[in-house]
Design a protein around this ligand. Structure first.
Ligand SMILES: Nc1ncnc2c1ncn2[C@@H]1O[C@H](COP(=O)(O)OP(=O)(O)O)[C@@H](O)[C@H]1O
Ligand SMILES: [Mg+2]
Length: 345
């Protein structure tokens, strides 16, 4: 089959640790055609959605390590129609550009897309956890989202907890996630002004969330494929940071899912599948869901490293992709046969 990865530029890949690269390599190893493009490379040519792609040249033998695969891969540029691919694996970083999704709308019935466009529309930022309707904070920490500075300051003052988390709606890799303490309120107005008015024309929502005790021991990243956990790891913050993200200095350790974490996956899995969110990474602290990453969840390479798994996570993901594409091809075939029968009647 042929797969198009819509993702960050090839030059930005960390050849030792990148999850997209692990997926690409697994596809190449199985003899599938792989092309990559960035969202900015989508183009309509003669009324058909195309992309300026980097196509990976076929290799007789795919090198065993990610780094050597990255170094040996030969890329050639080609403009290709997206509907000609069997699958699109979307792996660009947030924020999601809604215009880009409109390009993909034109091919969504022809190509299997991970994650589904509808799913990405619904879940591309941290508001998605609110869709689980958890008014009693059983699965997500108590959360406020607002642009209203007065309201947010009031919530901090009224909160029983001394610590809270402030973060932007669209961040990733821990960027902009800060710990605020009631004992140090002097900066709050200025911080909120900054968060709310950041960026071009700035009028941003801000998330204010109860700090989950125990977060200093790290969080748990769980990768879910088709609603089921396929890998997990603990991320432990560095000594001088409260955030567990690896890009913020966190380190990785093995983790076996607790009963509460397994129950959480069972509870949210069916909704993820219903929303077309086939491959996601959730962040969990103390059994509570902090975030659902649907755009380019990472962690495959780290999980493989700490577990030395025989069956690597990317193999399971590409198995799933192959089975979905096969289902789709069979459905196309069936429809063609039925049309022919009616045509010839
Ligand atoms: N409510 C919270 N309580 C404690 N720590 C938190 C909370 N929210 C975020 N963090 C810390 O900050 C990190 C990044 O937050 P997250 O919401 O996952 O945003 P990002 O998209 O930047 O990864 C988490 O992995 C965790 O270490
Ligand atoms: Mg996170």
């Amino acid at each position: 089959m042929n797969i198009c990865f819509i993702m960050y530029p090839w030059e930005n890949i960390d050849p030792e640790n990148d999850t997209s690269l692990a997926l690409i390599k697994e596809c190449a190893k199985r003899g599938h055609g792989v092309a990559m493009c960035t969202p900015a490379n989508l183009t309509i040519r003669d009324s058909v959605t195309n992309a300026f792609c980097n196509v990976i040249g076929r290799m007789d033998k795919v090198p065993s390590t990610l780094k050597s695969f990255y170094n040996k891969a030969k890329l050639r540029e080609e403009m290709l129609p997206l509907a000609g691919f069997d699958a699109i694996f979307f792996r660009a970083n947030p924020p999601l550009d809604p215009l880009m999704l409109n390009f993909l709308d034109s091919v969504k019935d022809d190509v299997f897309i991970v994650n589904s466009l509808q799913g990405m529309r619904e879940a591309n930022n941290k508001l998605y956890t609110a869709a689980f309707g958890d008014a009693h904070s059983n699965i997500i920490p108590n959360t406020h989202v607002s642009k209203n500075k007065k309201y947010l300051v009031q919530q901090i003052k009224e909160s029983k907890a001394d610590k809270m988390i402030l973060k932007p709606l669209n961040g990733f890799g821990g960027s902009g996630v800060i710990l605020i303490e009631k004992s140090a309120m002097n900066n709050i107005n200025s911080l909120l002004d900054f968060y709310i008015s950041a960026g071009d024309g700035g009028s941003n929502y801000v998330i204010l969330q109860d700090y989950i005790e125990g977060a200093d021991q790290g969080d748990v990243r769980i990768l879910l494929l088709n609603g089921e956990p396929v890998g997990a790891m603990r991320r432990i913050p560095g000594s001088d940071d409260h955030r567990s993200n690896v890009s913020a200095g966190g380190s990785i350790a093995k983790h076996t899912l607790t009963k509460a974490e397994r129950a959480l996956c069972k509870q949210i899995g069916p909704k993820l599948v219903k929303d077309g969110l086939y491959f996601v990474g959730i962040d969990v602290i103390g059994g509570k869901l902090v975030e659902v990453n649907v755009m380019s969840p990472g962690g495959i390479t780290y999980i493989n490293k700490v577990y030395k798994n025989k069956r690597k996570v990317e193999e399971k993901v590409v198995d799933f992709l192959e089975s979905k594409v096969l289902d789709q091809l069979q459905a196309f075939d069936r429809r063609a046969r039925l049309r022919k029968a009616v045509d010839e009647a």
